[in-house]
Design a protein around this ligand. Structure first.
Ligand code: DGL
Length: 188
């Protein structure tokens, strides 16, 4: 038995979509959720800054004796998880855009990925696309502005719908039949 808590972090509320699943799967585990809203959005920052935030979050959760850390953020996973796994002794579980299931299920062979600039420009995103979407056209779209609105709880406004339509309609016109929500804020 290891009663120490599981640590979870994200740039804000996005990772609570992962936390909810975790609580259902592991109801007897204690969790500590760290929302680094002060530094959100991570997606528009440099790789160095994303790494810096991820290290700080890790140190904070380690000081609270977490036994493992869930990086509940695509941007932090794709830019920092390799470093974290190499430099800390505990296990890290991350999340990256679900390209593989989208590619397997797509009939049109055209899938879309809505994610942050930081995720779409990362090496891990490109290697996953290369390894799991051979023969598939992957349309990449940055979700600029979405995280800020979601952090403000602005989930129903005309402004948000207009932004989403501007991002998603062009991909639908190109024949996309699966859209990957490549940021933990986007399910909201
Ligand atoms: N929720 C995050 C992700 O999954 C980060 C969003 C952001 O801070 O830009 O990418």
């Amino acid at each position: 038995m290891d009663n120490r808590p599981i640590g979870i972090f994200d740039s804000g509320i996005g990772g609570t979509s992962i936390w909810g699943e975790l609580q259902e799967l592991l109801p007897y585990e204690d969790c500590i959720y760290l929302a680094d809203s002060k530094n959100a959005p991570y997606g528009e920052k440099s790789k160095e800054r994303i790494l810096e935030f991820s290290i700080k979050n890790t140190e904070y959760l380690l000081a609270l004796e977490c036994k493992l850390i869930v990086v509940a953020c695509n941007t932090a996973t794709t830019n920092a998880i390799e470093y974290l796994r190499e430099n800390y002794k505990i296990p890290f579980i991350g999340i990256e855009p679900a390209i593989k299931p989208a590619a397997i299920n797509s009939k049109s062979k055209i899938i879309g990925v809505l994610a942050t600039k930081g995720t779409l420009s990362s090496g891990l995103f490109h290697s996953t696309s290369k390894n799991h979407a051979a023969g598939i056209t992957v349309l990449e779209q940055r979700g600029t502005g979405l995280v800020e609105m979601i952090e403000q709880g602005n989930l129903q406004s005309d402004e948000l719908y207009a932004l989403l339509a501007g991002y998603i309609s062009p991909m639908l016109e190109k024949g996309m039949d699966y859209l990957v929500l490549g940021c933990t804020h986007y399910p909201y």
